[in-house]
Design a protein around this ligand. Structure first.
Ligand code: SF4
Length: 358
């Protein structure tokens, strides 16, 4: 904690992360006295009453584009499978939750904990979702993946980031993830009927504008390859927004390219930075409006051909209509001015998980 006494700034020592199991149980009943818990249990793709839950804090990795890293510095502490199950079961029995979204930064760090939880939750017939790394989960055995699906896990979010191994290095993705593995793993999950939800970060810096553009084109082709091996893969696109991960090679590259981070507290909460933080309106010096347009237009066409399964209001007929309109563009790689798709998405209030929540 940093605070000011008089003219002096005081910086306290960083605490270790707490062990999670000995912490007092979350006071759901107390919360319910103030605000009806049932109102927190929303209807989603997963179920009628979806519980949002954090079963761990932090992440053991240090990807240089990720805001989790400066906060947790490669630390991860998790509740045991039994504690998570007890909480979920309590909310299910008391308030009728039938689905869970695990909002942990990295739910699937430990195969052992995941398998233990899957065994406990399986008889409860609940659907669930969480976030993971591809290289971590690719080490899970077939038996574990099969059990996870049988236990109700329908969809898993993965930061694929890039199909380009040089960019994966640049992003300091850590671990062993490669472009080939991203494709192979999408195919592997198809076997288990688990939907991979892959997010990609397009628009990372490069020495020349031509190289930046070539990188974007590469990712577009790569995403189409992923879709070809497993069309149910959900694709979430972000435009790269620098994170102040001081000391990383990417941080130096970003500063050298002329990018300026906010200097005072007010700037961090300004609408301009908020937009930037949502990775939708980048102001990075190496991206031209044409490049940003290309990324956004591709995203519109892609979402037209493959509308997200998480949009539960979009009927089958509407899906078919958008697919019909967008399909030809996708096939012949024409993404410019996709106004007809945008119009349908606007009229039918198409849902984008990266903006409206997963
Ligand atoms: S694995 Fe995911 S949560 Fe962990 S540091 Fe990398 S991007 Fe962030």
């Amino acid at each position: 904690m940093i605070y000011k006494t008089g003219k002096e700034f005081v910086k306290t020592q960083k605490e270790d992360l707490f062990d999670q199991d000995p912490l007092p149980p979350l006071p759901y009943d107390k919360l319910n006295e103030i605000y009806n818990i049932k109102k927190y249990l929303g209807k989603t793709f997963l179920g009628e009453k979806t519980l949002a839950y954090h079963s761990s804090i932090g992440c053991p990795f240090t990807c240089s584009f990720c805001a989790v890293v400066p906060i947790f510095e490669a630390r991860w502490k998790a509740k045991s499978a039994q504690t998570v199950y007890n909480d979920v079961k309590y909310i299910k029995d008391k308030w009728g939750a039938d689905a869970i979204e695990f909002h942990d930064n990295n739910f699937f760090v430990s195969e052992k904990r995941t398998v233990e939880f899957a065994k406990l939750i399986k008889p409860e017939k609940m659907s669930w979702w969480g976030m993971a790394r591809i290289d971590t989960m690719d080490k899970f055995s077939d038996a574990s993946l099969a059990l996870i699906r049988e236990a109700g896990c329908k969809i898993i979010f993965f930061g694929a980031e890039s199909g380009n191994n040089l960019i994966l290095d640049q992003l300091d993705k850590g671990g062993t993830q490669t472009g080939d593995q991203i494709i192979r793993f999408a195919e592997r999950l198809k076997k288990f009927d688990i939907i991979p939800e892959y997010s990609f970060v397009l628009g990372t810096p490069a020495p020349t504008a031509k190289q930046v553009e070539a990188q974007i084109d590469f990712e577009i082709d790569f995403i189409k390859k992923v879709k070809a091996v497993n069309p149910r893969t959900e694709i979430v696109l972000y435009t790269y927004s620098p994170v102040p991960s001081e000391g990383s090679a990417l941080f130096k590259q970003v500063e050298a390219a002329g990018f300026k981070y906010p200097k005072v507290l007010e700037d961090w909460i300004s609408p301009a930075w908020e937009n930037f933080d949502l990775r939708k309106n980048p102001l990075t010096p190496w991206l031209t409006p044409e490049m940003i347009g290309k990324i956004q237009n591709f995203e519109t066409v892609l979402n037209g051909v493959y509308p997200t399964v998480t949009d539960i209001r979009l009927s089958r007929i509407k899906r078919k209509a958008i697919q019909l309109v967008a399909g030809m563009r996708y096939k012949v790689n024409v993404y410019n001015y996709p106004y007809e798709i945008k119009l349908l998405q606007k009229v039918w209030k198409y849902r984008q998980p990266e903006i409206q929540g997963f």
